[in-house]
Each structure stands twice: as C-alpha cells, then as structure tokens.
Write a protein that binds this ligand. Structure first.
Ligand code: COA
Ligand code: MG
Length: 286
C-alpha cells in the first residue's frame, strides 16, 4: 500500500522543478508532458522527463502524464513512456475503456508500469466504471479544470456543480479497488481555500489531492493523513475486537459503542496507511 495524500504536478519542461521535486515531501509526482508544457517545448520536455525518471525520485511514486493519442505528440510520448518505465503512465482525457486498452496493448504483457486515467470529460465521467475496470488500471485522477470547462459549470467554494462527477468517479474507482485523486486547487497562495477544498475531498472519500505548487503539500499531507487521535482510536478498536474474539464473541463494545468486523477493517486500513506514511517519510529522509 502506498499513500497518495499529496500528488504534485510539475511541468516536464522545468528542469529546476524536476530537481526540486527530489527534496519535496509529496507522496507522488506527476511529471507532465501535457497541458503544463507549451507546444514548442514538448520534445525537449519528453527527453528531460525520461532522463529524470532514469535518475529516480527516491521512495516517491512517479506518474508520467503523456499527451493524448489525438495530438501530434501522443505517439512519441507513449513510446518514450513505455521505454522509461515510470511507476504509472497517466493518460489525459480518457473517454472510455478503448483508450486504456490501446495503451495496454502497446505496452505488452508484463510491463512494470501501471495505468492511470484522467477523468476530465463528461463522457469519461459517464464511462468511469468501464474505465476503472480496464486491465492494468491502478488509479484515476479528477481533472476538475477541464470538467468545469466542458460542463459549462460555475462551481463555487462548495463545488456543488462538480460533486456528482466527483462522486460518480469515486464510486467507480472504489468498485474496482483503485486509487482516486481529487483535482487541483488553482489559487495556490490561498491556504484556507485549499484546506477547505481538501477537507471536502477527504470527506467524499478521495485518497489525496493533486497539487500544482510545493506550498500545497503540507496541507494535503495533513488533511489526507490519519490524525494521532484516529490512529489511537483505531488501535483501541483493533485491540477491543481481538479481546472479544478471544472470548468467543463476534462483537465488542468500546466506549459505549458497538465494534463489528467492518469497523475493525476500517481501523486496520487506517493503521496500515499510518505505517505506509511513516515508512515513506523514513525512506525520504534516509
Ligand atoms: N513542482 C516542483 N517545484 C515547483 C513547482 C512544481 N509544481 N512549482 C514551483 N516550484 C518551485 C519553483 O521552481 C521555485 O523553486 P526555487 O525557489 O528553488 O527556484 C519554488 O518552487 C517557488 O516557486 P514560485 O516562484 O512560488 O512559483 P512560480 O511562480 O515559479 O510558479 C506555477 C507558479 C503555478 C506556474 C508553478 O507552480 C507551476 O508550474 N505549477 C505546475 C502547473 C502544472 O503542472 N499544471 C498542470 C496540471 S494542472
Ligand atoms: Mg486536463
């Protein structure tokens, strides 16, 4: 299990950002060849990013976002991504399972990279389950800026206009056991706004938030990581249940509340996440 609390986009054309990424506390990185890179810089960015992947980014997971198959750069990007073997290849504007199958076929069997899909078109949201079910998939990433554009929506701070699409994508990801990441918060200097939006994403069920600036990492790590109180409570729940089981009981009572198997599963997942976060931060320091 890997944490994906904070997942930072960086323009593939920005050598300084790529270097800086090696010292940042983001759980994962998205090296971008798509919208963050100007058309004139696409070829140079592709070379830069592939060299950076070969050098490695420590314990952080690295996703490489390629340009779409319908663009002039799509096939060269995909070829380079297949050769570079990042942890994941992130496909933009995925509309249906055929977009995934085409890339999986090009990768061939036994390729080590997993597949990730940007869900950022109305058709992609409507086909989210079929996309999530496609072989090779590990995660989905909401592209909220593109969705807002295509929907013609005006989401306010509560993102009410986006919640149906966010929730439908989450349902599809969870039905298939995939990682699911929320979209970016554009006003990267607005910490209170980011925190509120991250809290909303956490409440909906997202694993983490995609980010555009290093200053956003600490807030995402905090909001999407279990709190000390949650970790302590999870230990109590797991212990109480074990003690009840040893006495031949199927349920326990803790602080006046019933503890059943499903509560224990949630508690164990919280403890596993806390362990994974501790491991990642120890590896990043060491
Ligand atoms: N990843 C890694 N490092 C980044 C970064 C990122 N996304 N964004 C900024 N930095 C670095 C800068 O290189 C700079 O490093 P330095 O101090 O060592 O020189 C430092 O963080 C501070 O940057 P700052 O000056 O505050 O930001 P900026 O004005 O240079 O850039 C953005 C602001 C929004 C243009 C920039 O953050 C960015 O390009 N973000 C990614 C956008 C993107 O990928 N979009 C596509 C998906 S939505
Ligand atoms: Mg997009």
């Amino acid at each position: 299990m890997n944490p994906y609390r904070s997942v930072l986009y960086m323009p593939g054309s920005n050598a300084r950002a790529l270097e800086k990424a090696r010292s940042l506390a983001a759980d994962a990185l998205i090296l971008d060849l798509e919208d963050a890179v100007a058309p004139d810089a696409k070829d140079a960015a592709r070379d830069l990013v592939c060299a950076a992947i070969a050098e490695g980014f420590g314990a952080r997971k690295v996703l490489l976002r390629v340009n779409g198959a319908d663009t002039p750069w799509g096939s060269a990007d995909l070829e380079a991504a297949i050769a570079a073997r990042p942890d994941g290849i992130l496909l933009p504007k995925v509309n249906g399972p055929a977009d995934i199958a085409r890339v999986a076929a090009a990768m061939g069997a036994d390729h080590p990279s997993t597949l990730w899909a940007m869900i950022e078109t109305p058709r992609g949201v409507l086909n989210a389950l079929a996309i999530a079910e496609a072989p090779g998939m590990e995660g989905v990433v909401l592209g909220t800026n593109d969705l807002v554009k295509d929907l013609g929506a005006r989401p306010g701070p509560d993102r009410a206009a986006l919640v149906p699409a966010l929730a439908q994508t989450l349902l599809a990801a969870r039905a298939c056991g995939l990682v699911c990441l929320d979209g970016v918060y554009n006003a990267f200097k607005d910490e209170a706004g980011l925190r509120a939006e991250a809290e909303q994403g956490r409440s909906l069920g997202f694993d983490g938030k995609t980010l555009i600036h290093p200053a956003q990492i600490a807030i995402a790590n905090e909001v999407f990581g279990p709190t000390e109180a949650e970790i302590a409570e999870s230990k109590e729940i797991a212990d109480a249940y074990e003690a009840a089981r040893e006495q031949g009981k199927g349920v326990a009572v803790l602080n006046g509340r019933i503890v059943e198997n499903l509560h224990v599963e949630t508690a164990r997942a919280t403890l596993a996440k806390a362990d994974a976060i501790a491991r990642l931060s120890a590896q990043s320091k060491g």
